[in-house]
Design a protein around this ligand. Structure first.
Ligand SMILES: [Zn+2]
Length: 212
């Protein structure tokens, strides 16, 4: 990060505060009272997929968790903590997994190059590839295969969310909670709704359905 850029972001913050206060002198005072976002966003860390901006959400409207390739890994305490807080304390109504075309994490998972410690994270994505290997390997066009895998990975992460004890307990308790999967187009700005809208565990394979 150049010094110029560093100075610019500090200045930007001051300008942003001033512009918000010009619109509403109580803006920060009101925000500091608490949050009640209706949505938990699970997205990729990619700098080109900023959660709030692409859905026009204001501060206070979206609770955010991001990691490489928008993964729901069941031993990830960070993700589980965010999910638990979002569902059980904030009582979000929607959880959205948003992947994106051109995802570097997905691309890396489809190859064999070692990158470092991240290989161990990317292995979780490879596990998803293996589940759909026959379908994906049959797609001759590389770009097409990449795009389909981005979509399939999002769908699998939505199902992985549904498999968590946190989400299944919320459904068992009658909580209004819907899971969704989207893919964002880096070169268009538009999202595609993959139409995986889960509101109960009935769509899960029997072995994943918890008796709570
Ligand atoms: Zn990505």
């Amino acid at each position: 990060m150049s010094q110029d850029f560093y100075k610019k972001i500090l200045d930007n913050n001051k300008k942003w505060v001033e512009s918000q206060l010009a619109l509403d002198p109580d803006y920060f005072k009101d925000l500091s009272k608490g949050q009640q976002p209706p949505l938990l966003w699970i997205g990729c860390s990619d700098s080109r997929v900023p959660a709030n901006e692409i859905i026009g959400a204001k501060p206070g409207e979206v609770f955010v968790h991001r990691n490489i390739a928008n993964m729901v890994v069941h031993t990830d305490m960070n993700m589980l903590s965010v999910l638990d807080y979002a569902v059980n304390v904030l009582k979000v109504k929607h959880i959205l997994v948003c992947g994106h075309y051109g995802c570097g994490g997905i691309k890396a998972s489809m190859g064999n190059q070692s990158i470092g410690i991240i290989d161990n994270w990317i292995r979780h994505i490879k596990d998803v590839y293996r589940m759909h290997e026959e379908y994906l390997n049959a797609i001759v066009d590389e770009e097409e295969r990449f795009n389909r895998f981005v979509e399939i990975n999002v769908q699998e992460q939505v199902f992985d969310l549904a498999k968590t004890s946190i989400v299944q307990a919320a459904w068992r308790n009658g909580q209004d909670l819907t899971l969704h999967g989207w893919v964002y187009g880096l070169n268009s700005g538009y999202v595609t709704d993959l139409d995986v809208n889960l509101t109960s565990n009935v769509d899960l394979d029997e072995v994943y359905r918890l008796k709570l």
